[in-house]
Design a binder for this molecule. Structure first.
Ligand code: SME
Length: 169
């Protein structure tokens, strides 16, 4: 897929995500829906999902794909680097990145986008893996950053599930 085709697919996918999630505020519902729709538009994405910040580390959240690592400290992984630096990480060849954590050896490239809430607090990272080398570029970065900004910083956000609210009160 060239850059022009990729931009077109992103525009359509993001339009659909934002339409489906209009008025939605529950974090896990947003994350699950983003994974489902994006994977449908980009069927070659091997793994797509969120790691949520919990107790100063990352714990796997909603995802699609093969079994993901459950916990990743901020000190490890491309995900940890995205969390530490607050910057999107694009890795063209994960085998050449000493910090990369392999949850599935079929992954060859990945992008990890930090997710902030409206108060600029890091709440998660969004990770997409591909079996192809060099799958991700500035086009992916731009659209994915725009998507997570809109869904997690510019629109209302809540845990939503009573079980969490009861346990934390
Ligand atoms: N590769 C990631 C770990 C998560 S999985 O790819 C699902 C990393 O290096 O942080």
């Amino acid at each position: 897929m060239n850059s022009i085709e990729k931009e077109k697919v992103y525009r359509e996918a993001i339009r659909e995500i934002n339409a489906v999630l209009l008025g939605e505020s529950i974090i896990i519902t947003k994350m699950s829906t983003i994974n489902s729709i994006l994977r449908n538009y980009f069927p070659n994405h091997f793994w797509i999902g969120f790691y949520i910040v919990h107790n100063a580390a990352l714990v796997v959240g909603p995802y699609q794909g093969t079994l993901g690592c459950l916990h990743i400290p901020f000190s490890k992984g491309v995900c940890g680097r995205a969390a530490r630096t607050g910057q999107t990480q694009i890795v063209a060849d994960v085998h050449k990145d000493p910090e990369h954590v392999a949850c599935d050896s079929r992954t060859n490239s990945e992008i990890v986008v930090p997710v902030f809430d409206s108060k600029k607090r890091l709440i998660a990272v969004f990770d997409i893996d591909s079996t192809e080398f060099d799958s991700f570029d500035e086009v992916d970065k731009m659209y994915l950053e725009q998507l997570v900004k809109h869904q997690f910083a510019e629109t209302p956000l809540e845990f939503g599930y009573k079980i969490f609210q009861q346990q934390s009160s």
